[in-house]
Design a protein around this ligand. Structure first.
Ligand SMILES: [Zn+2]
Length: 373
């Protein structure tokens, strides 16, 4: 059962119609009407969010306990601005200070993980979704049409990289887990489903990195090319009849079974072979590859790939396939792209998370994390 009264929505809708039709220069054709309605709903969203934050941000107490053990005192309802999916929202909320440690606190900001001047988690998810698909510059133009307001290239870059940082942390946890003997043994007795045949394609591609230095780090002397190593775990299944292409049908005519990769999970890194081997093993364990009867490895024949495969999965043979195309070629190698190493890898890892169906997991983690100020 709906928790709100549908009549309330009707009242709101009627109001929007009145507002839109009262603007004489708009409403000439359906495109203009749609645009005008989107703009008004945007304003409704901004004001609703402002009202909600201000209602929740009322001072509840005169004093609060400070993290240092001291006491914070209520000062005033102080203004702040956040950038939301509806655009900039300015709101006032209770602010406390006056503790000996010098820190201040706005409990509402902590509760909703709002950082004044920054984007909300809801908007961040949308910005990073654009940032893993398009160049950051193109993302801004594309986002403006959808969001109806502008965000800077740098904001899209930051939010995209933040998703990649989260993915890096998740992978670090997997790596630590996959190196614990007790964890590995405990899994052997479990009934987690294991694919009959599991494939892993491994390859690498070069990305151009730029000499621009990050604060506090020495400047790199000149532009450089770095290897991004990629892997993708997948299973293969027969292409459903409805999805078969001309090529698939000609395979069927030759008595071959047209197959496609499904349940794909990507990972990538700019690291040495040993560390990449740890990622290979860790992601493989997540996928139950160590319990799979037939893991099949596919590579482009570079010796480092086959050394890794031999080290971790001494049973195996394969044919040629590319996992890099999805991540490196389609995003990191867009025309004119030049990267700082961290930016390249975080963007690549964020894209890998999306392609692996892990986006919602990352978004949930993001929402649960304390803010880094
Ligand atoms: Zn304090």
């Amino acid at each position: 059962m709906s928790k709100y009264n549908p009549n309330d929505i009707q009242i709101l809708a009627q109001k929007v119609v009145e507002i839109v039709t009262a603007t004489p220069e708009k409403g000439q054709h359906i495109g203009e009407i749609e645009q005008a309605m989107r703009e008004r709903f945007q304003e409704v969203g901004q004001q609703s969010l402002q009202m909600l934050l201000e209602a929740k941000g009322q001072a509840q107490k005169r004093t609060l306990a400070c993290e240092c053990g001291g006491t914070l005192h209520y000062v005033a309802q102080r203004p702040a601005t956040v950038i939301t999916v509806f655009g900039r929202v300015r709101y006032k909320r209770a602010y406390y200070s006056g503790c000996g440690c010098g820190k201040g606190k706005a409990p509402l900001d902590d509760e909703y993980r709002l950082k004044p001047g920054a984007v909300t988690i809801g908007l961040s998810n949308l910005l990073s979704l654009a940032g893993i698909q398009f160049s950051f510059e193109a993302s801004c133009a594309w986002l403006k049409e959808f969001l109806l307001f502008e965000v800077s290239e740098n904001t899209v870059r930051q939010e995209t990289e933040r998703m990649g940082e989260l993915m890096t942390k998740m992978e670090a946890a997997w790596i630590a887990q996959s190196q614990r003997e007790d964890w590995l043994q405990m899994r052997q007795g479990q009934n987690e489903p294991v694919a009959e045949t599991l494939y892993c394609a491994i390859d690498a591609a070069k990305v151009r990195t730029e000499p621009r230095a990050k604060a506090g780090q020495p400047k790199e002397p000149h532009e450089d090319w770095r290897d991004v190593k990629c892997l993708v775990w997948f299973e293969a299944e027969e292409v459903p009849l409805a999805l078969q292409t001309g090529r698939d049908r000609s395979k069927t005519a030759r008595q071959e079974v047209p197959r496609r990769a499904v349940r794909k999970e990507y990972a990538c890194a700019i690291t040495d072979t040993t560390q990449f081997g740890e990622l290979l093993w860790a992601t493989g364990c997540q996928r139950q590859a160590d319990r799979c009867a037939r893991p099949v490895f596919l590579g482009d024949g570079a010796p480092w790939i086959w050394n890794l495969v031999q080290t971790h999965f001494p049973i195996s043979s394969g044919v040629i396939e590319s996992g890099c195309k999805q991540i490196v070629t389609q995003r990191l190698k867009l025309p004119g792209a030049q990267w700082l190493v961290d930016g390249a890898i975080y963007t690549a890892k964020a894209r890998a998370a999306w392609l692996s169906g892990r986006w919602q997991t990352l978004c949930k983690q993001r929402a649960a994390l304390p803010l880094v100020i």
